[in-house]
Design a protein around this ligand. Structure first.
Ligand code: NDP
Length: 458
């Protein structure tokens, strides 16, 4: 059994039985037996099941948002946003799956002999989907929706911190028409994730930290399983000297502190041109200081608790390390007393890359702002990281932004925006931020394998 704890109150929400090796083996065998049948259903039937899932999400969104807020601590308005935005993702997959996996005839030669060359996309089989808690609807559905639509079975392990949401997702998919054997939630913590990787699966899609992702990739490599990894980031934003300071500061406060900074693509470090550094920091600190920290069920709350208690210590250590190396604490810097895993929105200046704050993922409401003298220095610092998920540039000059972003080694480039994901664009990463692609047409094809047909009429 493991316990689901409310991170805002530290109260027990539920106790759930974990999957063990035997139950997992049975689940996997059932998925293996059922998957060929699912792959043979008409695509229209699978599309209908996912459409119906979307309707059920919409109909029950308030109750689902409250469950998400209770177990993860996400402010209720942000939980509602996540559920609302699911409709766009679902619509994208419904619209594009057929074209993405339709047969491609690449040669028809009249002969003799008559020759046709064709590519047909077949499902992978069973996809193990090990997911994260920070956006369980988004990061889960990036995998399980296209996987299901393309004819795969999915064994879905939500993070232990988002298990109630994971179980709710499974119920809605089943109610929508996805057979129970084809989508199965796996309940448990990291140990259940490890056991899942030992099962007879064909692919593993993992969202989580670099450290665990590497372990997952190593386990998968031993069996040559396909692997797709969405990992961490240390995403930079650079504010040029020609911006409207207040607007850029407001946007970046949102990018750094939304979901208490627990977004894979949260802004994790800011570089600001020296000419506007003082007014920018002033505006940034004013905005960040005005954020309402507190009960995530309260409509006014902007910043809720962290989902995981252990992260409080990581943030405290980053603050202490930065201050000991000469950083200046402009705001926050400590956890909140009382129940719940709350950390005050925290801003540090006079920071540099000797500090863990500017190099290691924070995954919390904390940000360092470093001055730079010119664009060249900003590019060098943005690239001085082991991660490569996203990067943002704020400037009134689009060509300046494009010049800078073209040189940054990251999977997504933002001009005058940040912390943004689109179902139409590939979500992929460089370096330690991940492997492979989800979202976009390329992300649908992640879940199929091509078969090359050589058809000759003698
Ligand atoms: P973890 O790496 O700790 O866990 C991720 C998932 O893996 C969880 O379901 C976890 O289970 C499971 N797990 C843990 N150990 C193992 C193991 N040995 N084998 C198999 N599975 C295992 O990450 P967090 O949950 O802490 O998520 C935060 C991280 O995720 C951040 O680094 C963040 O950047 C990244 N992330 C990246 C995204 C992206 O799109 N690039 C999106 C969202 C998050 P359990 O939780 O039950 O222990």
């Amino acid at each position: 059994m493991f316990k689901v704890i409310n991170p805002a109150t530290e109260e027990l929400l539920a106790q759930l039985a974990e999957h063990d090796r035997d139950t997992l083996a049975r689940s996997t065998a059932a998925a293996r037996a059922a998957q060929p049948g699912w792959a043979c259903t008409a695509l229209a039937e699978r599309l209908t099941a996912v459409r119906r899932f979307g309707e059920l999400l919409q109909a029950r969104r308030e109750q689902l948002a409250r469950t998400l807020t209770a177990e993860v601590g996400k402010p209720i308005r942000q939980s509602r946003n996540e559920l609302a935005a699911m409709q766009g993702r679902i619509a994208f997959f419904l619209e594009h799956t057929e074209a993405a996996i339709g047969d491609e005839i690449v040669l028809q030669s009249p002969g003799p002999p008559r020759l046709e060359e064709r590519i047909r996309y077949e499902p992978l089989g069973i996809v193990a989907n090990i997911s994260a808690w920070n956006y369980p609807y988004f990061v889960g559905s990036n995998v399980f929706l296209p996987a299901l639509l393309t004819g795969n079975a999915v064994l879905y392990k939500p993070s232990e911190h988002a298990t109630l949401t994971g179980l709710a997702i499974a119920e809605l998919l089943h109610e929508g028409g996805v057979p129970r054997e084809i989508f199965q939630p796996v309940v448990g913590n990291g140990a259940a994730g490890r056991l899942l990787l030992e099962q007879d699966v064909d692919a593993v899609c993992f969202t989580g930290s670099y450290a665990t992702g590497k372990r997952v990739a190593e386990a998968a490599a031993a069996r040559l399983l396909r692997v797709q990894l969405e990992l961490g980031g240390k995403d930079p934003a650079y504010v040029c000297d020609d911006v409207e300071v207040a607007a850029a500061a407001a946007a970046l406060v949102e990018g750094a502190f939304y979901n208490a900074g627990q977004s894979c693509c949260a802004v994790e470090r800011i570089y600001v041109h020296r000419r506007i550094a003082d007014p920018f920091v002033k505006a940034f600190v004013e905005h960040a200081g005005a954020l309402v920290v507190g009960d995530p069920l309260d409509e006014r709350t902007d910043v809720g608790p962290l989902a995981r208690r252990a992260q409080l210590e990581v943030l405290e250590a980053q603050v202490a390390d930065a201050v000991s190396r000469g950083a200046r604490l402009e705001l926050g810097g400590t956890r909140r007393t009382g129940a719940g895993y709350f950390f005050q929105p925290t801003v540090l200046t006079r920071v540099d890359h000797r500090m863990a704050l500017m190099r290691e993922e924070s995954f919390g409401p904390i940000i360092g702002i470093q001055e730079v003298a010119e664009d060249e220095e900003a590019v060098a610092l943005m690239n001085d990281t082991e991660y490569g998920l996203t990067a943002a540039v704020y400037t009134n000059d689009r060509s300046r932004a494009e010049r800078i972003l073209a040189r940054v080694n990251a999977g997504s480039a933002y001009w005058n925006c940040c912390d943004r994901v689109s179902p139409r664009l590939p979500w992929s990463a460089r370096k330690h931020s991940g492997l492979g692609t989800t979202l976009s047409v390329a992300g649908i094809r992640t879940f199929v394998q091509p078969k090359a047909w050589h058809l000759t009429a003698l």
